[in-house]
Design a protein around this ligand. Sequence first.
Ligand code: CTP
Length: 479
Amino acid sequence: MPENRNYKQALTYSIFNNISQAAGELNLESYVIGGFVRDFLLDRGKAKDIDVVAVGSGIALAKKVSKLLPHKPKVQTFKNFGTAMLRADNLEVEFVGARKESYSEDSRNPVVENGSLQDDQNRRDFTINALAISLNPENYGDLIDPFNGVKDLEDKIIKTPLDPDITYSDDPLRMLRAIRFATQLNFTIEKESLDSIAKNKERIQIISRERIVDELNKILLSAKPSVGFALLHQTGLLHLIMPQLTDLEGIEEIEGQKHKDNFWHTLEVVDNIAQYTDDLWLRWAALLHDIGKAPTKKFHKKIGWTFHGHEFVGAKMVYKLFKQLRLPLNDKMKYVQKLVLMSSRPIVIADEKVTDSAVRRLVFDAGDDIDDLMTLCEADITTKNPNRFKKYHNNFKKVRKKIREVEEKDHIRNFQPPVSGEEIMETFNLQPSKEIGIIKDAIKEAILEGEIPNEYTAAKKYMLKKGISLGLVPEPKNG
Ligand code: CTP
């Protein structure tokens, strides 16, 4: 492989000329490095995040570049890290001075020491991320690839430039990054590297949960998340990050009765759902839908294995897990909880006769999340028996059809009481009291049961009947 391959064609953004000029004026070398070069060579398109390394001060280079740009963008500096960032034309450009040493043993605080380009490449995470393209006039566009990163791109290998124990110890987040890149790019982690991750797994504890979750989200959002979760499991990282998930692993057998392995089943469900949605939170719901099965598992002589109430327990665990991982405790968490809590509801309906009233109740409880809930339930079908596979899918098709029919007729999805509390108060000349709630609830129940349609006239008539049965007397004008 020739050393001096030239990739001028990667450098079409005009900012590269500005950087080159600024570096020339400061009399220092500059290179574009990392993800931008990797993604260009992988034909993943041109990234909008650009990392530039300067052999000298990255901050000084950023400031000079800003001066050359028509809009003189603000330069954000991070003195502790010796880095600076500016935005121009939709691009986010990060400047860093080439460094020799990286991180101290016991923390993520970098020990900054100036170095050459090669020093800087040495201390990057992977060979495929250490590729640099020169921005210097004498060899503009030349690829500098000291670790054969291009070959690793071709062979689809994740490998560290130095001894993996050093690279991962420098920044343990890289263990997750290795797994994330393997998942996103469909690459293999070199054996030595994988062994080193397993060996150094405990070091993940010094990484902030926000950064861990960032990587988990990227794994979940990839085309086949199970690749990443299987690697996390294999290396022992998953047990440290989310023991609730690994607790689902295993098949127990008592008196010849087995249950399925809920960990591997869950990974299949996540892969299935990834084919239908890019919504991160629906994917989280798939990952956690059976989380309550470990603590609720029981064996009964007559009926075999049960997981009674696992949906309820699971929903509670969602809150704890989100809190523990510093995931947002907002409407996203509530959405995941709701889907976990309701995850068996459509199954129960499909198993029995699909009645209108059961479907109306399901839609009432799920509201606008009904479609997501159905998607989750369909992804949950992982049986390898083709007959059963077909049967379950057909049952859910029936449920979906019924949902559409009921919705057209009764508009339950965003249910609004057809008769307001105020009207009930006026009709029976009531002050705020519990009777109002009772009547409202009775109307809702009658609609869900299909006794009356979801419309004003029928509901008003029903209200009068219900009020009278409670001993209330309608005002003459209403009577
Ligand atoms: N890097 C590193 N160690 C880390 C993080 C980053 O060595 N823990 C280096 C790598 O050379 C990487 C570059 O910094 O390519 C930029 O990092 P980042 O922007 O986080 O990742 P990208 O590689 O650009 O990829 P992505 O945008 O997909 O995260």
